[in-house]
Design a protein. Sequence first.
Length: 407
Amino acid sequence: MKTEEFKKYAQLVLKKGVNLQKGQSVFFNCPVERADVARIFVKEAYALGAAYAKVLYNDEKLDRLSYEYADTKTLCDIFPSAVLAKDEIVQKGAAYVSLIAEDPNALKGLDEEKIAAVSKARAAAFQNFQGAVMTNRIRWCVAAIPGKEWAKALFPSSDEPEEALWNAIKKTVRLDSSDPEKAWREHIDVLNARAAFLNGKSFAALHFTASCGTDLTVGLADGHVWLAAEETAADGVRFIANLPTEEIFTAPHREKVNGTVKNALPLVEDGNVIDGFTLEFKNGEVVSYSAEKGEKVLQGILSSDAGANRIGEVALIGKNSPIAKSGLLFLNTLFDENASCHLALGKAYPTTLRGGDAMQKDALLAAGANDSSIHVDFMIGTDDLRVTGILADGKETLLMENGNWVI
């Protein structure tokens, strides 16, 4: 992995991702094992005119020790200093870049109920920051960097697993293009065109079917808006929240989801893998569930709060995306959700409703947008997935066949 490549990547994330402005501060979240990469990003931020750049480090190995030795009550007592560190980002109007490299097995074998309880406590503690992110009060971007354990999990037989992972990341974010920024502009234009088509139709619901057993009707929120890769922050500046991204997404109606859905890819949540799971919905609520792996973690997600067992996002993605075509299961939601149509348990993005970023909680709920302290994406897009859009008068339009767009 060459320093020059990481510089090029940092420029892409800072310029196209958070669209860093001169004189603006930027905060990075980064695993401590990749402090070398964080320093490159900080240097490039200053080169682009950042007023100040700060790194908040995380350490999965220390987290594991905490879960092994500290009791649940202690771990659920979130330090005010940790909350203030995130709130400072919002207060300063800074950009926020999350550099992720999670080991999918970081917490394997630990007490799943303890992990679920701590996750619930953290979601509640960081609600202010999460709210700022989901309403685009700050410009933010999630991007991946190669981590040692993550790379070994994906490429166990490789002599240079981190290099193999880095090469895979480069392709998904179009860094292998001769002009990555131009490649992203063209990609965004395609996604925006699909979003414009869906917004012009104003479907009342979507119907998902697949041979695995998925048969789900997802009603859409009143005044819903389909969004694509590029969004506009509260300050009027455009940015891209995820690199990579392939999705077109909107808000389901929290009370109009009915049927059964099965996951298409594993979900990695808090260092635990959840797989082989089925959710049954009635009037928007999960009424039954099961999982072959990680069922207690799934139970913890669904019981996080009153809105955690309802859907807050529906996203459409064709199986011809660079991620899907790679054939690689990244065991990381940032990538895997962009290889497959997906739903998200928990909070809806207010920005997926017309005027939603200015609405109060009661107004959002009245329109059908779900509220929760969590937002957990899970993948449902199989190779034979069929998606139809249903108008208010019952007329249907085929949108996807065999996992691919037909519009």
